[in-house]
Design a binder for this molecule. Structure first.
Ligand SMILES: Nc1ncnc2c1ncn2[C@@H]1O[C@H](COP(=O)(O)OP(=O)(O)OP(=O)(O)O)[C@@H](O)[C@H]1O
Ligand SMILES: [Mg+2]
Length: 158
């Protein structure tokens, strides 16, 4: 697929179903392994795993039937990164701007999940409709400061 907005998807996307509480930890782990296998540096991996954990938590706590997270390695020009999509089929968010504010939570949470994901990612989009569902698309691009910062396991193999 070649979408000028995203760039090019490299390899096979990874789908993670989130319907149970323990799927949150599983989703974070899968995200980490996915990034490692894609050869991305520690900084990208950490940001993606943390965001996936927040998005999966929202799928578990705020939806009726859970949802799906799709990870894809993406390339735009000479930049590499990871795109994550979290989607569900309800109940939707009545006021998305409010939900994006730090400290807003309808479930007594910290209200830091969505704004945190926006801050930790380089591109972020959220669309939601009450009674229909919610879709969050975010991309983390490899940054200059990531260069050379690889996993200890990889370093140990050198
Ligand atoms: N997938 C979703 N479906 C429906 N509502 C959602 C979804 N994700 C988030 N929300 C709504 O947006 C609010 C803000 O989400 P956010 O992740 O920022 O905070 P939180 O989940 O309440 O708390 P925290 O993430 O800090 O534990 C939620 O309280 C909830 O009302
Ligand atoms: Mg949350």
């Amino acid at each position: 697929m070649d979408n000028p907005k995203i760039g090019e998807i490299v390899g096979e996307p990874m789908l993670i179903t989130v319907t149970k509480e323990h799927h949150v930890a599983l989703a974070r782990h899968i995200a980490r392994v996915f990034c490692e296998n894609t050869g991305l540096a520690h900084g990208v991996t950490f940001r993606v795993a943390t965001c996936v954990s927040e998005l999966a938590t929202n799928l578990y706590f705020h939806t009726t039937g859970g949802g799906i997270i799709t990870l894809a390695a993406v390339k735009r020009g000479d930049r590499n990164g990871v795109r994550m999509i979290a989607e569900d089929t309800g109940p939707g968010i009545a006021d998305v701007d409010l939900a994006m504010e730090d400290g807003f939570s309808t479930k007594g949470g910290l209200g830091g999940g969505l704004p945190g994901v926006r801050r930790m990612t380089d591109e972020f989009e959220i669309a939601s409709e009450v009674g229909v569902g919610t879709r969050v698309v975010a991309i983390v691009w490899r940054r200059e400061e990531d260069a050379g910062r690889r996993f200890r396991t990889e370093t140990a193999q050198i």
